[in-house]
Design a protein around this ligand. Structure first.
Ligand SMILES: NC(=O)c1ccc[n+]([C@@H]2O[C@H](COP(=O)([O-])OP(=O)(O)OC[C@H]3O[C@@H](n4cnc5c(N)ncnc54)[C@H](O)[C@@H]3O)[C@@H](O)[C@H]2O)c1
Ligand SMILES: [Zn+2]
Length: 387
């Protein structure tokens, strides 16, 4: 198909991935000429170059840490969508910092040092940058609770408390003003990426938008990666007759956003100047418990497998996190695909992927050994398998 060019040249880093590939398709539809840079991270792309990389986009197989490759990929580009990152509850520590923090810093340095005429940058941040989702206190209204201490989690107390009076808070949508944290290594490096890019934007006078995505899912989400993407993990478990594993009690809530909606938010950030210089939440604005997600996926697959609670917790994990999307909406963002419909689209796509293995079973052991997942300290949960 030949499309009318709009004359703009975009670089999408991480363009082989979930969000980058949908964004690439959307940009091509909009008439951009697109170059993608991706190293086909083996954890995500176990079978090599995925078939969805479009022939109309120029594909550069390179690591974001490779200075020369990034410098040449940036030449002739007007706008950068920086999506490449190492993500999730991966067992490494140093690699996150190297790929995410160093990779971003070096890219910004190249643009500045070579005086490249980049007119805009959109950087993929995450709602992981918050400390804990916002809460409503009966006495103090909107509050920003502290992360729950490991000892509290290990005692099986999952409540989130008001930082002023210690009352249990009600989950509330989190606005961009909420304090940033970095409670996992991944989160810390997303804070770095966002801060580096926004600061660089102010210093160099380049418009930068940091999109804080909520949990994004949809077709092309890796079926190989057992460390990230709860819908993908639950689906591959269920397809192998295995129950989804819930941390804590499974009543944590998250905001699930369909990948097509996230791609459109990127386009909006590129085309509007209303969000320049800002961090911007991108999500559905709706809270869903992880248990409900497990049940929705099982129901959609028509398998009668209940999720299990094994008395395990992940330190640094937030209890409730739903995006307040007012800022994005004020610039014209509107999510279109419901969770039900999006899960349906994902499962339909998985059905075309041949044999889908359960990689989570192997990963679980690693997560425990590396103390990314902890066992509850109470006797009953140590012996029992919960429900
Ligand atoms: N999916 C989510 O729920 C979510 C939520 C918040 C933020 N994000 C952010 O959105 C961005 C895209 O995530 P995604 O969900 O599409 O993940 P993904 O893993 O599907 O895509 C990331 C892509 O980056 C590539 N990549 C990884 N390391 C690289 C390196 N060293 N050099 C070059 N390319 C590299 C991978 O091969 C992959 O194709 C990431 O920055 C991620 O942190 C994702
Ligand atoms: Zn209070």
């Amino acid at each position: 198909m030949t499309r009318k060019s709009n004359g703009k040249r975009a670089l999408v880093t991480g363009g082989a991935g979930l969000i980058g590939s949908h964004l690439t398709d959307l940009l091509l539809e909009e008439g951009y000429s697109v170059r993608t840079l991706d190293n086909l991270e083996p954890q995500t792309h176990r079978k090599g170059k995925p078939p969805w990389i479009p022939a109309e986009a120029e594909f550069v197989n390179a690591d974001i840490r490779n200075r020369n490759a990034v410098a040449s990929a940036l030449r002739g580009i007007d706008i950068v969508f920086h999506q490449a990152a190492y993500g999730g509850y991966m067992p490494e520590i140093a690699k996150y910092v190297h790929v995410n923090s160093f990779g971003t810093a070096q890219m910004l340095e190249i643009i500045r040092d070579e005086n490249l005429p980049i007119r805009k940058m959109v950087v993929a941040s995450s709602q992981a940058v918050y400390r804990e989702g916002a809460g409503g206190c009966p006495e103090h209204g909107l509050v920003f609770p502290e992360p729950r201490p490991i000892e509290q989690l290990r005692s099986g107390d999952y409540t989130v408390r008001c930082p002023v009076c210690n009352a249990t808070t009600m989950p509330t949508a989190t606005p961009e003003e909420a304090p940033m944290g970095g409670e996992t290594v991944y989160a810390l490096t997303k804070v770095d990426q966002e801060r580096l890019a926004l600061m660089w934007g102010r210093q160099t006078g380049t418009p930068v938008v940091a999109l804080r995505y909520s949990c994004t899912y949809g077709p092309r989400q890796s079926v190989f990666n057992p460390y990230t993407g709860v819908i993908a993990i639950f689906a591959t478990r269920l397809l192998n007759g295995q129950p989804p594993v819930l941390y804590e009690d499974g009543e944590q809530t998250r905001d699930f956003c369909y990948v097509g909606d996230v791609a459109r938010a990127n386009l909006l950030a590129a085309q509007s100047d209303a969000l320049d210089g800002l961090p911007v939440n991108v999500g559905s604005g709706r809270a869903t418990t992880i248990r409900d997600v497990a049940e929705m996926v099982a129901e959609a697959l028509d398998v009668g497998i209940e999720p299990v609670v094994r008395g395990e917790v992940r330190p640094g994990e937030m209890r409730h996190l739903t995006s307040d999307t007012s800022r994005a909406r004020s610039a014209g963002y509107e999510p279109r695909v419901s969770l039900d419909e999006g899960i349906g689209r994902y499962l339909e796509w998985i059905g075309t992927q041949g044999d889908v293995r359960d990689y989570f079973a192997e990963a679980e052991q690693t997560l425990r050994e590396k103390r990314i997942v902890h066992q509850l300290a109470t006797e009953s949960s140590r012996t029992g398998y919960g429900r």
